[in-house]
Design a protein around this ligand. Sequence first.
Ligand code: ZN
Length: 193
Amino acid sequence: MEDLVSLLKKLPGIGRRSAERLAFHILTAPSDEALALADAIRHLKTTARYCSRCFNFAEDDLCYICTDAKRDSSKICVVEQPKDVILLESSGLYNGLYHVLMGCIDPLSGVGPDAIKMDNLLERAADDGVKEIILATNPTAAGDGTALYIAEQLAKVSIKITRLARGLASGGSLEYASRNTLADAFGGRRDMR
Ligand SMILES: [Zn+2]
């Protein structure tokens, strides 16, 4: 029991009291339910990897979004982390493709342009079918700086480059935006040139 509590305590947002409550719940839950949780964690950790095209979470070489023929492949939405894809997908507002940077440029923390998946994005943007790149990095100083850097890097490619509108609270992250705020941000996205 103590092992489980100390492991649960490592999860984000879980303190000692919550960890104890969860551990007690698991202890008293039906066996198949508790073991299904253990199996789901094992399955996720042994099969999950990153999509070789967009760096979203994937179970195969390409993620389920990249392989979906019904998605609008003329749009690429650029986000910082795979969890941003999950968030935007749950909002149901967007039907294009994604590109996950796996971070952002943050000079104050010594993180330079090499840390983001920029080369892959340049390659994808050069594809004839791509008409718009939507920069959806977080509305923080680092996220804004990263968006600016990407817009500069894409200067030679003649496609539309937009940034999500400022309905999003400055300094916040996509994670805490409501669906309405995200809808406004998508609807009011503005050209970066
Ligand atoms: Zn993908």
